[in-house]
Design a protein around this ligand. Structure first.
Ligand SMILES: Cc1cc2nc3c(=O)[nH]c(=O)nc-3n(C[C@H](O)[C@H](O)[C@H](O)COP(=O)(O)OP(=O)(O)OC[C@H]3O[C@@H](n4cnc5c(N)ncnc54)[C@H](O)[C@@H]3O)c2cc1C
Length: 397
């Protein structure tokens, strides 16, 4: 693998990093505070600036207003954006919209793209992805899918109950996974549903451990006899599980990129405190137990970075199937390292770390979801072990 960035990409990366440092980090607390009142004045100002500086939706193809970066290029920029919890949204690169844009690009008709992708890419609307259901429905095991779509003439009628549809309450449209037959492989399909269509109920935003922030509000949704036309089908009937994989593999890698950025910033912030706080006659940075925590976290971030880059490299080469277990490795490792880095940052900052004067407890509460969302740790470990036992992992690549 060649780790050098092209001069254009290196320049973009430098500009995104400078943007985050100069414009986003100084006001990130203001954005969080405004968002609690659903006021997005400061965020919108930054989004306008990102647009003016040519940094808006860089992941999209040029004809859709982006820079056609490819997933390796996304790695370079998304890590920088992820250094702030609100960074990705400033550039319209946040989950779930970014993964949904990709899905619409690859699987929606031209009509749907015009109606939904164009305003989503412009940042005028937001979207949600509705797969998970309360027990006994689809969760870590998507084959438990209970939401049904039944054909009625030229329409499909959707009935079901979803939760953890991130951003579903505020979204303009939802991508809904529903059962369309009993076939274990071809029994699910994806439908694009207008959020305000008759029968779509936003039950509540679930109170969760992390703070509700921008799109990251976990909606519980019910679908009561929601009627959609056949033009609402993404891909074709029976392709739901395949499309879910297609969306989830790169989408979980983009999570890794953003999480790596936050982990790197957290560890860098520790340097400042550890280098100045005196304890037992020397600064904390000179205590070996502290150095061990720093070393463990630096190692973990670097390993996660390499796993993410390697998986992105496979995806960029079109080796989607081969990339799958490596995406599980990256997701499992980076989610855990993010939680560890934040937990250790709290520890190394003592009372300050535990307080809301420092950002780590807020970030930790949000980060803890990383080990559950997009497949819990254990499911990724099952995939890694299975692929290893089948001889499909090249650990010395
Ligand atoms: C913040 C957040 C945002 C989310 N956003 C979305 C979204 O936008 N759209 C969406 O559709 N879903 C979303 N999810 C849902 C997420 O994908 C599911 O929570 C996840 O897939 C696990 O499903 P579950 O919660 O039903 O857990 P369950 O299936 O009930 O599993 C519970 C636990 O059992 C263990 N487990 C499960 N399977 C195995 C196994 N094979 N071996 C060993 N242990 C196992 C794991 O520890 C797991 O955490 C989000 C979740 C969170 C927390």
């Amino acid at each position: 693998m060649d780790f050098d960035l092209s001069p254009e990409l290196a320049d973009l990366r430098r500009r995104v990093r400078a943007f985050i440092d100069t414009h986003v980090i100084p006001v990130e607390r203001v954005i969080v505070e405004e968002d609690s009142r659903l006021d997005h004045t400061t965020l919108k100002g930054l989004q306008a600036r990102a647009r003016a500086e040519g940094l808006w939706t860089p992941h999209l193809p040029v004809e859709h207003g982006g820079k056609g970066l490819g997933i390796m290029g996304m790695c370079a920029l998304f890590r920088e954006m992820g250094r702030s919890m609100v960074g990705a949204r400033v550039f319209n690169c946040d989950a779930p919209d970014q993964g949904n844009m990709d899905l619409l690009l690859s699987s929606a008709s031209e009509v749907l793209q015009k109606r939904y992708l164009a305003p989503l890419a412009a940042g005028e609307i937001t979207s949600a992805f509705c797969m998970t259901e309360p027990a006994p429905g689809a969760g870590a095991d998507p084959s438990n899918l209970k939401t049904m779509a039944t054909q009625d003439g030229d329409s499909w009628v959707i009935d079901g109950h979803k939760w953890y549809s991130t951003g579903g309450g505020l979204a303009s449209f939802l991508i809904v996974m529903a059962r369309t037959s009993d076939d274990p492989r071809l029994g699910a399909s994806m439908f694009l549903v207008d959020r305000h269509a008759p029968g779509v109920e936003h039950v509540r935003d679930i109170p969760v451990m992390g703070p509700p922030l921008l799109a990251h509000r976990e909606a519980e949704m019910k679908f009561h006899q929601v009627r959609v036309g056949k033009d609402a089908i993404l891909g074709s009937i029976g392709e739901g599980f395949r499309l879910a994989q297609k969306r989830l593999v790169p989408a979980r890698l983009t999570h890794c990129m953003r999480w790596l950025g936050l982990a790197e910033r957290t560890l860098s912030m520790c340097r400042q405190y550890l280098g100045t706080r005196l304890s037992f006659g020397k600064v904390l940075a000179h205590h070996q137990l502290i150095q061990k925590m720093i070393a463990d976290n630096a190692l973990a971030i670097h390993a996660g970075n390499l796993m993410t880059l390697h998986c992105a490299y496979l995806l960029e080469k079109g080796l989607t199937k081969e990339a799958r277990p490596y995406s599980s490795m990256a997701k499992n490792h980076v989610a855990r390292l993010l939680c560890q880095v934040l937990d250790d940052a709290i520890q190394m900052h003592g009372g300050l770390g535990y307080s809301e004067d420092a950002p780590f407890s807020l970030w930790y509460r949000g980060a803890r979801a990383a080990r559950i969302a997009d497949g819990p740790d254990e499911v990724h470990q099952v995939v890694i072990a299975r692929e290893f036992l089948l001889g499909n992992l090249d650990l010395l690549v």
